[in-house]
Design a protein around this ligand. Sequence first.
Ligand code: SF4
Length: 384
Amino acid sequence: MERRQTIEVRVGNIGIGGSNPVRVQTMTNTDTNDIEGSVEQIKRCVAAGAEIIRLTTQGEREVNSVAEIKRRLAADGIAVPLVADVHFSSSVALKAACVVDKVRINPGNFIKPIKKDFTTDYTDEEFEQERLVLRERFVEFLDVCKKHRTAVRIGVNHGSLGERMMNRYGDTPMGMAESCLELLRMCRQENFDQIVISLKASNTVLMIEAVKLLVEKMDAEDFHFPLHLGVTEAGCDEDGRIKSAVGIGSLLAVGIGDTIRVSLSEPPEAEIPVAFGILQSTRSRITKTEYISCPSCGRTLFDLQTAVRRVRERTSHLVGLKIAVMGCIVNGPGEMADADYGYVGAGKGKISLYKGKTCVERNIPEDEAVDKLLALIDRYEKHS
Ligand code: SF4
């Protein structure tokens, strides 16, 4: 799988896109004005592995709070980039751009519609008139971002498309893509390229379709901005994790995506392991040992579930290795795919060990097999 080529966008001390790893981010759910609470939550997220933190920034008071949060984190040696999430106020976006590393704006509510009567469709003149007002405010914002080296996320949400786009394209992937492209063309005219894009929806299929459509359209216009992926309002527990894995994972699997956020109705730090799990499963970013194990069946003649747990316990520090635990030698070796090492059932209570596709030790008693697997890995990995 080849990752879609993008330019690098600098957000504080890290890069998104280009040759950078796919970044993991989250968003606080504290009141941004609760400085103490927000700082503590950010520290928990950073400890869990979050690389970028977004905070809701409704008004000037929140802009000041984010600035104070940044100061306190810096005083404690934490330089994690902070992003202001701004809706319904281009003037707040302007102020936030002076203090944070990135500002997320929503094209659907960056300006108020100038058309007052929505009982009729937008005429071409009304459509263009509103575009010019949007342009004026947006260029003003970009100028501040240029001055302060602040990056921008153009974050389109299916649930909050602007009236103008909704009227012309409907509540569709096309509407989402066009809403974003319009601002990208303005960025090009203004020579501003520090932009990350997201098109999110709670409907996973629609979100995937919208992002793919946007990528196609961006390619056609020679835009190479990094993409932020996420499924909004994914829920919690197993459902939220599955939805996020399907939405984000499907795109990563075809090389699309430069930063991700798993949105769960849980503490934000709980999102981070899920994000890294999705990255690992799509082989987008390797941060742990990968295990391949079969479900076992009537051919399995040893306690596979206990063996899987024991192998995991002993090898979880071997980041990047792929280790298989398979129930039988009939299908196991063929089905353990590209595993680096294999622990394969060979008969009643007996295990064979594999290095890649080659069997290197046969018929070891089950209670010695995990130690022997470790010794085998040690032997090869130390000398590789
Ligand atoms: S690898 Fe062997 S034991 Fe495991 S599920 Fe397949 S056939 Fe059954």
